[in-house]
Design a protein around this ligand. Structure first.
Ligand code: P6P
Length: 336
């Protein structure tokens, strides 16, 4: 293979050398996730062609209509990962409770929590969507995992990442040694290293929020967004451009590469916000912090929050550290 081409497998093996005593199970788990991503990417790209668009007729735990691609992504993530002997338990946005490992396959030391296809309401309009995943070490005493393994704080993560199915398919992950991006070369069927050591740019360009909900925001959030727009007379600043596509992975990915902040605050209708803590906010927070950014629920670091329920929601402010800390300041000043 050409000298410059680094596949995700080669990168994971190189990264493994940073973990003395690593037994390769973790590396193989990341490679399994990459395989699932390729399978989901293939169907996502064909969604407009195959009879896979539209509703599957079922609804998920949140009463949201499951689109067929949702169901396919969920089934792919489970099928690729439940028999490898690497996992003790799984959890997913698309499953009410934990997803146990079938006894005949045996359990391993890791825990995989994921949102198989976030932003799926965008499928029908061809907007980028994504898979988000978090990997922990098993902490429960039994041979196989339990719900407590899926309720660990982000500060205990072993790895986190996402796949974005857009104009190209990219897999972005961190295992605690920086954030690395890989682009799928469909002709090779390989993810190739395209964005080594991603760092969020010092100078932010964008802010991402659903402006349509402004009337429901708190005083602090309303004033903060005015500040982002350069309309706070007391603290003038260069206005940021508004970019909001309604797909967390797409909005986050753009702000990670270009600099900016994504915020989904709590509001009168969603007192705990909309974004889910375990399989959306926590993995994205780990990636943000590994890239030099920060993530908060408006008052404290996302990575410090110990989840109490698989599907609990959280307000989310994520991106450049100074922008997120400024949000915390406005909320402290006007909402306490
Ligand atoms: P709203 C998609 O349903 C999602 O969970 C995230 O991907 C996205 O950021 C958010 O909801 C969009 O929510 O209320 O602005 O449409």
């Amino acid at each position: 293979m050409g000298g410059g081409l680094i596949t995700i497998e080669r990168h994971i093996i190189d990264q493994q050398k940073l973990h003395p005593g690593a037994r390769g199970i973790f590396s193989n788990l990341l490679y399994d996730i990459a395989l699932a991503a390729k399978i989901i990417a293939r169907e996502t790209m064909r969604a407009g062609l195959a009879d896979i668009l539209g509703r599957a007729g079922t609804v998920n735990v949140h009463g949201e209509h499951q689109q067929k691609l949702d169901v396919f992504a969920q089934e792919t993530m489970v099928a690729i990962n439940n028999h490898t002997g690497r996992l003790a338990v799984m959890a997913s946005e698309e499953a009410d409770g934990i997803i146990p490992i079938p006894r005949e396959y045996g359990c391993g030391p890791y825990v995989l929590i994921f949102d198989p296809l976030d932003g799926s309401s965008n499928i029908a309009v061809n907007v980028s969507i994504g898979t988000i995943f978090a990997v922990y070490r098993k902490v429960s005493p039994g041979e196989c995992g339990a719900e407590e393994d899926c309720l660990q704080p982000g500060s205990d993560l072993a790895a986190a990442g996402y796949v974005i199915y857009g104009s190209s398919t990219m897999l972005v992950y961190t295992a605690g040694h920086g954030v690395h991006g890989f682009t799928l070369d469909p002709s090779l069927g390989e993810f190739l290293l395209s964005h080594p050591d991603i760092r969020i740019p010092e100078e932010p360009r964008y802010y991402s929020v659903n402006q349509g909900y402004e009337s429901r925001w708190s005083e602090g959030v309303r004033r903060y967004v005015k500040w982002l727009q350069g309309m706070d007379a007391d603290e003038p600043r260069k206005p940021l451009s508004a970019r909001y596509i309604g797909s967390l992975v797409a909005d986050f990915h753009r702000n990670l590469l270009e600099g900016g902040i994504f915020l989904y605050p709590s509001d009168a209708k969603n007192p705990n916000g909309k974004i889910r803590l375990t399989y959306e906010a926590i993995p994205m927070a780990y990636i943000a912090e590994q890239a030099g950014g920060y993530a908060s629920d408006g008052r404290r670091p996302i990575l410090d929050i110990r989840p109490e329920a698989l599907h609990q929601r959280t307000p989310l402010f994520i991106g450049n550290r100074d922008l997120v800390e400024k949000a915390e300041e406005f909320i402290r000043r006007y909402d306490s």
